[in-house]
Design a protein around this ligand. Structure first.
Ligand code: SF4
Length: 584
């Protein structure tokens, strides 16, 4: 099926962070971030050692002020003795002065264009004169930082986050992928002008699909501007457990599969060293290709940069079905699969509206007087041949033998033909390990669902039972936000700014609210970045320091400095007052 042009995946430039190279032809670098207080030298050293032991190749520390820069210096010195060659990164927000102070101390400094100038840029108005002054100041301060970085051979990460864009950018673009890309490109073009290529760039969001689409757009813009700096991938605040891992891989795998991504951080609300095995598995499961069977940005039957589901509700004969569908064998889960399948007969039988339909293969269905509404096809059938079908069958694309690139190529050709049929993608996995199965299926279906190329999934792995296969399918749909069947938690991984046990609080919040299906609830470690980075959460529990908590409804703070002991009850009250509470 050669009607698409092969695309040679471009390589990014290469950055040097300590002794580690990021970008170019190098494998993606695994990294994590410590969550101990940066001024607690011993705790930080121990955490960095655990991360390195797990296979982490780089560790980041929150660096709020000059005290933390001094502490980081001590951490770096001690780590040099205890763990040779572990590059150290300073994470700096709200101060170009602190960023400059950190440059001689560590191997890479992360700055956030949303707050590089402190509150000034974060809170600027729509006034053009003011904006031009801020732009000039940004340029001047960034150039000074670059000069320092060159002198000390320190790398720079331009780290943009959805939810913490400057007002200047927000006024122009809103909190959108375009705004995130504009924010990063302003800084990257200054780096280019200064001939500084020791740069890494990231665009992160807690919305996995928004992250994927923003990074695609960034790469597209960089290539257009003849710069391609290495890209750091991550879904922020993805929470914990298997749900957190699924949210991460649904955002990261589609990019790796398109050859994008040079370093990875999985943000989990768990001990930082737990992030490394997940990143390792993802890199193994989704190797970056050298070429693709299609161009990921051009001549596509969909907009690769659009992250919103613009599909109209179905008005055809399947209107009572909730698309995207989940197909699976009978199980005791809630929610139940939409289409129950029995695979024990010669051809599988699918139950729809209490009637059983045999899943006939395409050739058999063509010869039948009254074909089943479900028809099995493979990628061997060219999409043009499907015009021969009568009625409105739902096609089940059985793609177990195909790799994900072949599947996507077939689906692109299918959609280019504007065929009217709904498609369910069926894939059997044989991963023996539950985590690896979940990551594998979520990454592949994440790629296909994020571009809305299919209308349902049928995920099988005989080793883990129907309950798990069904749970996984609904979780993937939740992570892509195409179908919400559970409460969504946005929880930060915590860092040196967090002053409470966030893992326990998240578990307690989940215990009280997990029946509130469809709500997005954030648990964030600090008031500095928490409110912005909880992005589109409906409610937020945000640490305010000293055993106090602030409660948010959307972007509005509705309770301030609540003692932590009563904070979950207050959160519940706020949800009740807003009419979003229901009995468990
Ligand atoms: S929200 Fe605050 S505590 Fe959480 S990771 Fe971000 S800076 Fe750290």
């Amino acid at each position: 099926m050669n009607s698409l042009k092969t695309y040679k995946v471009p390589h990014s430039s290469t950055a040097q962070v300590g002794n580690v190279k990021i970008g170019g032809e190098y494998l993606p670098v695994l990294q994590s971030m410590a969550n101990s207080d940066t001024n607690d030298i011993q705790a930080c050293v121990e955490q960095a050692k655990k991360i390195a032991c797990a296979g982490g190749e780089m560790v980041r520390f929150t660096t709020q002020g000059l005290n933390e820069v001094a502490s980081l210096n001590k951490i770096v010195k001690q780590l040099k003795v205890e763990v040779a060659n572990l590059p150290i990164v300073a994470d700096v927000h709200f101060s170009s002065k602190v960023a400059a102070a950190a440059v001689p101390v560590c191997d890479k400094v992360r700055i956030n264009p949303g707050n590089f100038l402190g509150r000034k840029d974060a809170q600027s108005t729509a006034d053009n004169n003011n904006n031009n002054a801020i732009k000039s100041e940004t340029k001047e301060k960034l150039k000074a930082l670059i000069t320092l970085c060159k002198k000390h051979k320190t790398a720079l990460r331009i780290g943009v986050n959805h939810g913490s864009l400057s007002s200047r950018i927000m006024n122009q673009f809103g909190d959108t992928p375009e705004g995130m890309v504009a924010s990063a490109m302003e800084y990257l073009l200054i780096c280019k002008e200064e001939d500084f290529d020791n740069v890494i760039v990231s665009l992160k969001s807690s919305n996995s699909t928004l992250m994927t689409k923003s990074v695609r757009l960034l790469v597209y813009e960089m290539v257009k501007n003849s710069v391609y700096y290495p890209v750091h991938l991550g879904v922020t605040e993805s929470g914990d457990g298997l749900e957190g891992r699924i949210k991460s891989v649904v955002g990261i795998a589609p990019l790796l599969l398109e050859g994008i991504g040079d370093t990875i951080r999985i943000s989990l609300t768990e001990p930082p060293e737990n992030e490394i095995p997940v990143a390792k598995s993802i890199i193994k499961l989704f190797p970056k290709p050298e070429t693709l069977l299609y161009h990921p940005f051009e001549n596509l039957p969909y907009n690769p940069f659009d992250f919103q589901d613009l599909r109209q509700p179905d008005t055809n004969k399947y209107v009572e079905l909730k698309f995207p569908l989940v197909v699976s064998s009978p199980c005791n889960n809630d929610p139940q699969p939409d289409i129950i399948v029995n695979t024990s007969a010669r051809f599988p039988v699918l139950k729809y509206k209490s009637i059983e339909y045999v899943l006939h293969p395409f050739q058999v269905a063509l010869n039948k007087q009254r074909p089943s509404i479900f028809i099995s096809i493979t990628t061997q059938i060219h999409p043009s041949d499907l015009f021969r079908l009568k009625g409105e069958p739902i096609l089940v694309l059985d793609a177990t033998i195909n790799n994900i690139h072949e599947i996507k190529q077939w689906l692109i050709i299918y959609h280019s033909k504007k065929l009217p049929f709904k498609i369910i993608l069926r894939k059997k996995y044989n991963n023996n390990d539950l985590d690896s199965f979940a990551l594998h299926a979520a990454g592949e279906f994440g790629l296909i669902f994020s571009d809305r190329l299919i209308d349902g999934c049928w995920i099988e792995n005989n080793q883990f039972g129907n309950e798990f296969n069904t749970w996984l399918s609904f979780n993937i749909l939740q992570a892509t936000r195409l179908r919400i069947t559970a409460t969504e938690y946005i929880a930060c991984p915590s860092c040196g700014r967090t002053q409470f046990d966030i893992e326990k609080v998240l578990a307690d919040v989940k215990k009280e609210t997990s029946h509130l299906k469809g709500l997005k609830i954030a648990v964030m470690g600090c008031i500095v970045n928490g409110p912005g980075e909880m992005a589109d959460a409906d409610y937020g529990y945000i640490g305010a320091g000293n055993g106090r908590v602030n409660i948010f409804k959307g972007k509005t703070q509705v309770r301030k400095n609540i003692p932590q002991k009563t904070a979950i009850n207050e959160l519940k009250k706020v949800i009740m007052e807003s009419g979003d509470w229901s009995k468990p």
